[in-house]
Design a protein around this ligand. Structure first.
Ligand code: FPP
Ligand code: FPP
Ligand code: MG
Ligand code: MG
Length: 336
């Protein structure tokens, strides 16, 4: 905790790489049918989100090259790495549009979800459409290995969702399954994008550089999700004075709950019935806040963030690399 390890703002550093983003993405999602382009474009213009993934891909491109930053930005490899960043964000947005249908969530990025703005049918098709466009662009990169890696990321996203939806009640208590689900749902896309980025930069699949990039994405993505899960419980309790606890309302037990359930048979039962009974959420919240469940969850997030730092420090020193280290710090210290 405390200050970031390096004096570099990763988002500022990558802002130069992301500035062509908005213009080209508009063309990329242009379709013959205006409602599709409108629904799809929406999330790349006004409500573009944090662009976490393209930022990380851009920094990874700069951190894994053997040229000075400015020279790499002129290269052919870099152009394709930038396109990979766009593809990654398109996949991410497609998954969010579908996710809001599945979760019946009305709000996304501070505005109405696509299925609320239009309809479920349009939201399903808009997500499919973005995914289709992303696939075309991915194929156009002309690297079969990268196509396979990114297709695996798509597979993982769906696996994560189905795991979350249809987990056997006994397994709900298993922290290693929670981590696997978190990998599929959250970390897989950035893991595979980081690896693909290194490959597009000319590194072999099994090279030290590609492996370091992949490990960075894996551990940073998991740390991010664990922090997200802590904030869902603690942030809500802090800010509102009363818990919002969206995850429990969806029947989901995350790291803090699983730790609190370890030696508490009653909480175990609550998890298995997915917080369905009146008062379940309040009891689970109390168990979390009374014990060391939050501290242990933070420790778990910290461990993964440190592993991400260790991985990226295997790359040669550069400003971009330091930016990637600072991202791990930001992930741990964010409070919303
Ligand atoms: C958000 O999680 C959702 C995801 C990380 C992935 C959703 C994936 C699918 C719907 C599978 C379909 C995939 C594609 C590529 C179309 P969350 O609901 O926990 O987070 P939230 O609070 O942001 O909604
Ligand atoms: C929206 O993504 C939220 C989700 C898809 C849920 C899980 C994802 C995270 C907790 C973020 C993981 C980030 C990395 C880099 C692995 P978002 O919070 O990125 O939303 P935005 O695109 O709207 O900013
Ligand atoms: Mg959701
Ligand atoms: Mg969801």
């Amino acid at each position: 905790d405390g200050d970031a390890p390096y004096d570099v703002d990763p988002f500022k550093l990558a802002s130069k790489d992301l500035s062509p983003f908005t213009d080209t993405i508009k063309e990329l999602v242009e379709s013959e049918h205006p409602v599709l382009s409108m629904a799809a474009k929406h999330f790349f213009e006004k409500r573009h989100g944090k662009r976490f993934r393209p930022t990380i891909v851009a920094l990874m491109a700069l951190a894994t090259c053997d040229k000075p930053m400015e020279a790499h930005r002129e290269s052919e490899e870099y152009t394709r790495q930038g396109q990979l960043g766009q593809i990654t964000e398109m996949i991410h947005v497609a998954s969010l549009i579908h996710d809001d249908v599945l979760d019946e969530a009305e709000v996304r990025r501070g505005g109405m979800a696509v299925h609320k703005l239009y309809s479920n049918k349009v939201a399903v098709l808009a997500g499919d459409y973005l995914l289709a466009r992303a696939s075309v662009l991915l194929a156009r990169l002309g690297d079969v290995q990268v196509v396979e890696i990114m297709a695996t990321a798509l597979d993982s996203l769906v696996q994560g969702e189905i795991m979350q939806l249809k987990m056997d009640p006994e397994k709900l208590l298993d922290i290693s399954l929670y981590l696997r689900k978190s990998y599929y749902k959250t970390a897989s896309l950035i893991t595979n994008a980081c690896k693909s980025c290194a490959i597009l930069g000319g590194h072999e699949f099994d090279s030290d550089v590609a492996t370091a990039a992949e490990e960075y994405g894996y551990h940073m993505g998991l740390a991010f999700q664990i922090v997200d899960d802590i904030l869902d419980i603690v942030g809500a309790a802090d800010v509102l004075g009363k818990p919002a606890m969206a995850d429990m309302s969806l029947g989901l037990a995350t790291a803090p709950i699983l730790y609190a359930a370890e030696n508490a048979p009653e909480i175990k039962k609550i998890v298995k019935r997915r917080f369905k009974k009146e008062g379940d959420k309040e009891k689970a919240l109390k168990a979390v806040l009374d014990g060391d469940a939050v501290a242990r969850s933070r420790e778990l997030a910290r461990w993964h963030a440190q592993r991400a730092v260790d991985a990226v420090l295997r790359l040669p020193p550069s400003e971009a690399r330091n930016g990637l280290v600072n991202i791990c710090h930001i992930v741990l210290t964010r409070n919303k």
